[in-house]
Design a protein. Sequence first.
Length: 224
Amino acid sequence: MTPLPSDPRTIDDLLAKARTHNRYATYNMAAAEGRLRARQAARHRPPRQRPTETALVHTEWTPPANSTPDADRAWWDLNALCLLVLGPDADAHLADFITSQYADKAGALVFTCLLHLADDSSGARFWWRFAAGAGHQVAEYCLFLEHPHSGEYHDADYWRTQLLRQHFEPTFLCGDRSTAPLLSPPCIEQIHPHISREHHSEIGTIPLPHPTLVDQLRNLTSPL
């Protein structure tokens, strides 16, 4: 099995820092299910009834001060942020992530954004939690944006609290929202052959990048 990070802290230590507590003790599950049903219905409307593309373009990031972020807007912000992460230095960060035996948090962010854009939601969440547990504030913001999509506002609020404690400013650390590409790189699904799946007895399946993914990322992002 491919070795996990060689950082003195174990992967369990880092994930423990990212673990939420007292989940759903006072959470309104009926309201959450209603929000999910409404979003699902909106996605299945005929095209003429859907919001125009311009309605999905924002110039400001969803602020962490918002205790109940709009799930759809947060999801579009998450996509935009992932596209910005795949910038000019992304391949170098990914290479560092691989050579460090998956202990480099900046490289972990690049890898998890690739997973997200390629529709590997469980793998993306795993590595976001890893990077967040290692203290990467942008990864914490990604989790704040990602949880509302599943109606997990309790978890989103946990990350909101962490971000507010650190006086997190999205534009300062994530870049200008208005400059984010609108579309994922073409053929993003072609990354999957360059990713292995390792099974951990306690954690489950963990996606890990092959060294060949670095060149694949470079090819994917060259037009961006």
